[in-house]
Design a binder for this molecule. Structure first.
Ligand code: NDP
Length: 300
């Protein structure tokens, strides 16, 4: 068997087109366009490039955006004050603090300072808590994008065994919550693995759906999966490659060529999950502008 490719680039285009139409209708109804404020602390080139992709997508779908660039020497208090100003600004619908932050800043503390009604990344404890309770919330963009891929390709989730490798707050954990908890889209029997998991293969070999978000190139090899598995490779790793002009190439966490021989579906890297993450951010920003998740009557 050679797996069918899950084309995240194409599905993300469709989602951006849907969002663009919805934004147009929203503006035609007399509202101002949604507005996303991105906060960048420091000038890490990787972060700058991710922010570029997000602000380009905003422009494409008719969402206004601006990046607040702050020095990497900023204190936690100054950063929180800057975020509070954005919380109070009625012209800002969504706030995104680009991670990672410099090591002297606590991402937990900073994320908690964002008004959860503007937390379009879905990282605030209020939104993660609501996710865990299967309540309407800003769903974290990468897992939400993966669920859009399941929907687009009619890949069933319910009652299957899903294995998530990686347990971070931004990908692995919310992915496992959605797979196991969500009534409408999830209800898979879910196993979550991390660095302390003994004998990873014992778990991955049993997966009907395998989501890998560990940040470890070639972690998953063909002998670790069963025939027919659906493989979602979230990893984005730079691997040295002298044949490329820039000296590296991007790979996922799976040994793509060998794993695809056994899988039924697989996401390529790049062009799989990555574009979906950005598309879902557009969706969340529109939801924030419309106050769809937190209507005034349930806000505090
Ligand atoms: P983190 O480093 O925050 O988390 C990695 C997780 O993987 C941790 O839970 C860690 O375990 C686990 N892990 C690491 N090594 C192993 C191993 N050998 N076996 C089992 N588990 C392991 O990374 P992120 O979640 O932020 O990102 C993961 C990857 O996904 C990265 O490559 C990142 O670039 C990419 N990414 C891609 C996105 C996209 O849109 N495509 C979006 C976000 C991230 P422990 O908890 O024990 O430390």
């Amino acid at each position: 068997m050679s797996a069918k490719l899950i084309d995240g680039q194409r599905v993300a285009e469709l989602i951006r087109a849907e969002v663009r139409e919805d934004v147009e209708a929203w503006v035609e109804d007399g509202h101002r366009p949604p507005f996303l404020k991105v906060v960048q602390v420091g000038s890490d080139p990787g972060s700058t490039s991710y922010i570029g992709a997000k602000t380009r997508a905003c422009a494409e779908v008719g969402i206004g955006s601006e990046t607040l660039r702050l020095p990497d020497t900023i204190s936690a208090d100054e950063l929180v004050r800057a975020i509070r100003r954005l919380n109070a600004d009625d012209g800002v619908d969504g706030i995104l603090v680009q991670l990672p932050l410099p090591s002297h800043l606590s991402s937990h503390h900073v994320i908690e300072s964002i008004d959860y009604r503007k937390d379009v990344d879905g990282f605030h404890p209020m939104n993660v808590g609501r996710l865990a309770l299967d309540q309407p919330t800003f769903r974290s963009c990468t897992p939400a994008g993966i669920f859009e891929l399941f929907r687009h390709y009619s890949i069933p989730v319910k009652s299957r065994h899903a294995v998530v490798v990686g347990a971070s707050n931004i990908v692995g954990s919310p992915m496992a919550i959605m797979l196991s908890r969500e009534n409408s889209t999830g209800k898979a029997t879910t196993t979550i693995c991390h660095k302390f998991t003994k004998d990873l293969t014992r778990h991955t070999i049993d997966a009907d759906i395998l989501v890998v978000a560990a940040g470890q190139p070639n972690l998953i090899k063909a002998e670790m999966v069963k025939e027919g598995v659906v493989v979602i490779d979230v990893g984005i790793n730079r691997v040295a490659d002298e044949t490329r002009e820039r000296g590296y190439r991007i790979t996922g966490d799976c040994d793509f060529e060998s794993v695809r021989e056994k899988a039924s579906w697989i996401t390529p890297v790049p062009g799989g999950v990555g574009p979906m993450t950005v598309a879902m951010l557009m969706k969340n920003t529109l939801l924030a502008a419309k106050k769809s998740i937190y209507p005034a009557e349930i806000s505090t």
